[in-house]
Design a protein around this ligand. Structure first.
Ligand SMILES: Cc1ncc(COP(=O)(O)O)c(C=O)c1O
Length: 507
């Protein structure tokens, strides 16, 4: 039994047409309501008021009826694969299920249509919810101060790095180096560099964790800090974290925590107890509402007292029962995002946490870790290889290496991933972390049932068998999806992000 995506019948390359291809331009589908007469009387003749150069005589929309538009978007939704379609083990991206209640609350009109310039006293409800979210994040992390502004994990990293930079400017010290383990997410290197730091890479130990000797050799008077992810991107807990924090702090450097993997330890360990000075949390994955493949995110940044005054503005504060956007942050790095941050994502996280409560949060990480260990053990028994930390339990995710499969049959991690699509499973993250050849990074999260996990690992076993029998079939996968094998390199090099570029390329 397998889930098969909706698709156009005639085979590869037949896509849902764009609205511009479906309907002739200027044909006029649903008429655009003209300005009411009363309003016209009030404001006068727009043709006379508006300067000619800003008036658009035609907006060049395709002529489609409302049902045609509805069907077009339903087709696109059916041709897509989301967490609600099936298991989605996209390691590091934590594609967990979002409770429908959270979706409903985030889309009530009072929240969805909230005007960003509405006076504070009219939006006390939303400010209270955000304040409560901030308080819950503090309880989970042990970090007392939070900004909910950053729009993604990567922006949270940039904010953290800028705060560290400003802190040293404030101290009058010149420190321009940041240490980052080689297993880290690519955004860590980019964020540190964007904040003006030189990045020093720390190689892994044989166990896949931070090599303490390499860290001690690299640290010096110019080291501003280190970014670590714990558990790291191999799904291995950095047991030396306290020593790492000591080495940094005794050098006057800071520990930045990339919270993308908090899913594995929340409710069990406080970041403050690990010696963390600043952290971002990927609100959109740890607390549901994942944004893999695009979509809005939120990368809340938390700090200790030492960095409180550097947070981006505004933070959300309260005076008695009155909640307000607080711009009084004396050494702030400034503003990083318009208005309140990504409200929809933040509200979904608020509902998720309210639904779970303290014990629920703890059981989320317990189940996520249990699921990952169960799947990993089964896969190892089937002959799949784990290069790092094989003899110890993993946390919420694990990384297989398919390099033996590649050597023996010429099937790459990419081909294997495509074969999973044919069996109704979203592929894992591939080729990351870079230190694992032919990496297959798998994260079942707490969302999947035992039945679904068994289904996934059995599909992996079946693909392995098919590879032995008929590798050619796997090289041609996927066949059962809305879109067949795509040319990734071409797609990456030639980005057509708008209809206008697509059209100008003669399509
Ligand atoms: C370990 C890690 N750090 C940072 C990020 C960046 O987060 P975002 O995608 O929200 O920018 C990710 C994203 O997947 C990640 O896995």
């Amino acid at each position: 039994m397998r889930y098969i995506q909706a698709r156009w019948e005639e085979g590869d390359g037949i896509l849902e047409p764009t609205v511009f291809e479906l309907g002739k331009r200027g044909d006029g589908g649903t008429p655009i309501v003209s300005i009411e007469e009363e309003l016209m009387e009030e404001i006068g003749n727009l043709d006379e008021i508006l300067p000619e150069k800003i008036v658009r005589r035609s907006i060049d929309l395709p002529g489609l009826s409302e049902p045609e538009v509805a069907r077009h978007f339903s087709h696109l939704a059916q041709m897509n694969f989301g967490v609600d379609s099936g298991p989605y083990w996209l390691g590091s991206c934590t594609m967990k299920y979002t409770p429908k209640l959270a979706m409903r609350i985030a889309s009530v009109s009072k929240i969805r249509r909230l005007h960003p310039y509405a006076p504070e006293e009219q939006v006390q409800g939303i400010l209270k919810a955000l304040y409560e979210l901030k308080e819950m994040l503090s309880k989970i992390t042990g970090l007392p101060y939070f900004s909910l502004q950053p729009a993604a994990g990567a922006q949270g990293e940039l904010v953290g790095a800028l705060m560290i930079r400003k802190k040293f400017m404030d101290l009058g010290e010149k420190r321009d180096e940041i240490l980052i383990p080689e297993s880290a997410h690519g955004s860590n290197f980019a964020s540190a560099a964007m904040a003006g730091f030189k990045v020093i890479r720390i190689p892994p130990s044989d166990e896949g964790t931070v090599d303490l000797n390499a860290l001690k050799a690299a640290i010096n008077e110019r080291t501003a800090g280190m970014m670590i992810t714990n558990p790291n991107t191999l799904g291995i807990f950095e047991s030396d974290v306290l020593e790492i924090a000591d080495v940094l702090h005794s050098n006057g450097s800071y520990l930045y925590y990339d919270g993308a993997n908090l899913n594995a330890i929340m409710g069990w360990i406080l970041l403050s107890d690990m010696g963390v000075d600043i952290a971002h949390l990927n609100i959109h994955k740890t607390f549901s509402a994942p944004h893999g493949g695009g979509g809005p995110g939120a990368g809340a940044v938390g700090t200790t007292e030492e960095f409180r005054d550097f947070l981006p503005i505004p933070v959300i504060s309260r005076r008695g029962d009155y909640y307000f956007l607080d711009y009084n942050v004396p050494k702030t790095i400034g503003k990083v995002r318009m208005f309140y941050g990504n409200i929809g994502v933040l509200i979904k996280a608020w509902v998720y946490l309210k639904l779970l409560g303290g014990e629920g949060v703890r059981s989320v990480s317990t189940v996520a870790v249990l699921n990952a260990n169960y799947a990993r053990k089964k896969l190892i028994e089937m002959g799949f290889e784990v290069l790092y930390g094989k003899d110890r339990p993993c946390k919420h995710e694990f990384v297989l290496s398919l390099s033996e499969v590649k050597k023996k049959y010429g099937i790459r991690a990419l081909d294997f991933a495509k074969a999973l699509i044919d069996r109704g499973f979203h592929p894992p993250t591939i080729y990351f972390p870079l230190i694992v050849p032919e990496a297959f990074m798998m994260e079942p999260t707490e969302s999947d049932s035992l039945r679904e996990i068994d289904g996934y690992v059995n599909a992996m076993k079946e693909i392995l068998r098919r590879i032995e029998e008929n590798p050619e079939e796997i090289l041609q996968a996927p066949k059962n999806s809305a879109i067949g094998r795509i040319d990734d390199v071409f797609g990456n090099k030639k980005l057509w992000l708008t209809w206008k570029i697509y059209e100008s390329e003669g399509r």
